[in-house]
Design a binder for this molecule. Structure first.
Ligand SMILES: NC(=O)c1ccc[n+]([C@@H]2O[C@H](COP(=O)([O-])OP(=O)(O)OC[C@H]3O[C@@H](n4cnc5c(N)ncnc54)[C@H](OP(=O)(O)O)[C@@H]3O)[C@@H](O)[C@H]2O)c1
Length: 259
């Protein structure tokens, strides 16, 4: 594929989304970066320009708990062009169990983690179909396949996204559009640190001890790096990854028991 790569990345300002964005910028892609904080996005853009002299970067501060506008495609057409790579990332839901999850939390999570994927895929696939090339990747979680009682919002929304992505891959494959999901477990980011902090308070042990306990359950003996996820994304969007479609790929140091 020789044509210009234009990527749209949600949850771009931190963690895995940031690693993917930096890697795309390094490879000379034009990129749309979406997350809530304008300040964090501006900081990332500066970092991208400083490191890679790539200023084909458009910032879209937006809270994905709200509904997306249908004008997004027109907006992109006027800026860097319509994206041919979509990375659905975004923030994860807070950890709650069934009885402590209220309607408002469900609504936010379904908007941010499920409806956003449906909407962005709908908006951007149209141009990908016309151009007969596209790549869509959702950054998900192993809880989509291995639900846990305290991650009920994440497990529910993400399992639905897997079904959506698999379903649409049947329709889109003939247009050279691939759609895959990457299921994360134990990637060292601010979210992981935050979850360790919350759980250590809940179960009344130190963060250090909890980290050690978690690591005992990761056969690799370490947490993963955001850059390792970015490398997998790079392969999936490359020409060499063109026959991998409709898949859920786990990256978790052999932590989960899923086959
Ligand atoms: N790290 C792991 O081990 C792990 C494991 C399983 C699943 N995951 C999932 O993988 C995804 C990425 O994880 P991460 O660890 O990189 O998370 P992270 O470090 O918390 O980064 C999340 C990114 O999403 C943005 N974001 C959060 N809420 C948003 C919202 N409502 N609207 C728009 N942007 C929003 C944040 O920026 P702003 O603050 O600027 O909005 C940030 O850029 C998440 O969905 C997470 O649940 C991660």
């Amino acid at each position: 594929m020789k044509k210009e790569k234009i990527a749209f990345i949600t949850g771009a300002s931190d963690g895995v989304g940031k690693a993917i964005s930096m890697n795309f910028a390094k490879n000379g892609f034009s990129i749309y970066l979406m997350s809530r904080s304008k300040q964090k996005l501006k900081k990332l853009k500066k970092e991208i320009i400083r490191n890679y002299s790539n200023n084909r970067v458009e910032l879209i501060p937006f809270n994905m708990e709200k509904k997306f506008s249908d004008n997004l495609l027109n907006f992109c057409k006027k800026k860097l062009g319509p994206p041919n790579i979509l990375i659905n990332n975004s923030g994860g839901p807070e950890p709650t169990n069934f009885s402590s999850t209220n309607d408002r939390m469900w609504e936010k999570t379904i908007n941010r983690n499920l409806l956003s994927v449906i909407k962005l895929s709908t908006i951007f696939s149209k141009q990908m179909i016309k151009n007969k090339w596209g790549r869509m990747i959702t950054i998900s979680s192993t809880v989509a396949k291995e639900p846990s009682p305290t991650m009920v919002q994440s497990a529910t929304s993400r399992a639905a996204v897997l079904a959506f992505n698999k379903s649409i891959s049947f329709d889109l494959a003939k247009f050279n559009i691939t759609n895959n999901s990457i299921l994360l477990g134990g990637i060292e980011t601010n979210r992981l640190k935050k979850l360790i902090k919350i759980n250590s308070t809940k179960i009344k042990i130190s963060e250090k001890k909890l980290r050690k306990n978690i690591l005992k359950n990761i056969p690799a003996g370490r947490f993963g790096e955001p850059d390792e996820v970015a490398s997998l994304v790079e392969f999936l969007i490359s020409d060499n990854g063109r026959y991998i479609n409709g898949q859920s790929i786990i990256i978790d140091g052999a932590m989960s028991k899923i086959i």
